[in-house]
Design a protein around this ligand. Structure first.
Ligand SMILES: [Fe+2]
Length: 254
């Protein structure tokens, strides 16, 4: 089955990921070694800091530079443009379709880690009503979800998709209370991606995460995760899974 990475910072010189096109090529080689054959480039977009037009122009220039760099076409990886959009209620008034994964109605949204911002449900609902499905980035990072996973349950049953970082799956990370693997086990997270930034500090590692899921939860889960990524990449409709609603029992979420 095709392996897709739909959250990474590989485009050169646009955010805190790859700084040069050579670094990007190195990261793409590492992706290929992990078995990845399709990638969505998702540079950070902060609606409060840069205009949409300026961001789209910078992203196009960065993509052009990468495509013209020696070694890119030989990699034979299918790529799409996307963005990791930092949450702001301002996105309600924006043309979010320009931030969706190219040719799809899916957009990657990052939430603040410190506190749940005002208006999350309202903003997600407004996107869903416009036919755009938000993918919540690295949901294991948000303490307000891990201390009360029913908050994530509510957003997933509303129609949002949830992504966990590969490193978090392998390292058993989570802000507190619930870790990334637990979210997958409950089907409250439906996608694994690398969130790769650099070869040294945050390398592409999706295969390691799939292998870990295989060992801990079984092949059915791995196939399900890979299939979910294919569904999004091909812009097919993502059926809201019948997820487990976490309940607290003897001080633990189960
Ligand atoms: Fe990211």
């Amino acid at each position: 089955m095709s392996m897709i990475d739909m959250h990474c910072h590989i485009l050169p010189g646009i955010d805190d990921g790859a700084q040069t096109a050579e670094e990007s090529i190195e990261l793409l080689h590492a992706e290929k070694k992990q078995g990845i054959d399709r990638i969505v480039f998702t540079p950070h977009f902060h609606p409060e800091r840069i205009s949409l037009e300026k961001f789209l122009k910078r992203r196009a220039e960065s993509y052009e530079l990468l495509k013209n760099t020696e070694g890119f076409s030989e990699l034979k990886i299918d790529t799409k443009l996307g963005a990791e959009v930092f949450f702001s209620m301002r996105i309600i008034d924006m043309d979010v379709s320009k931030l969706c994964f190219e040719g799809t109605d899916y957009v990657l949204i990052e939430l603040p880690t410190t506190a749940r911002p005002y208006g999350v449900t309202h903003t997600m609902q407004s996107l869903l009503e416009r036919g755009i499905t938000p993918i919540l980035a690295h949901v294991e990072r948000y303490g307000y979800f891990t201390s009360d996973p029913t908050q994530l349950y509510d957003l997933v049953t509303l129609g949002c998709v949830a992504q966990v970082n590969a490193a978090a799956v392998v390292n058993g990370m989570g802000a507190k209370g619930v870790n990334a693997l637990q979210y997958i086990n409950w089907e409250l997270a439906q996608i694994i991606s690398s969130d790769a930034h650099s070869i040294e500090t945050r390398p592409p590692n999706t295969l390691a995460a799939y292998n870990f899921v295989n060992k801990k939860l079984g092949e059915n889960y791995t196939d399900w995760l890979k299939e979910n990524a294919c569904t999004i990449y091909s812009n097919r409709i993502f059926d809201i899974p019948v997820v487990h609603k976490p309940k607290k029992f003897l001080g633990r979420w189960r």
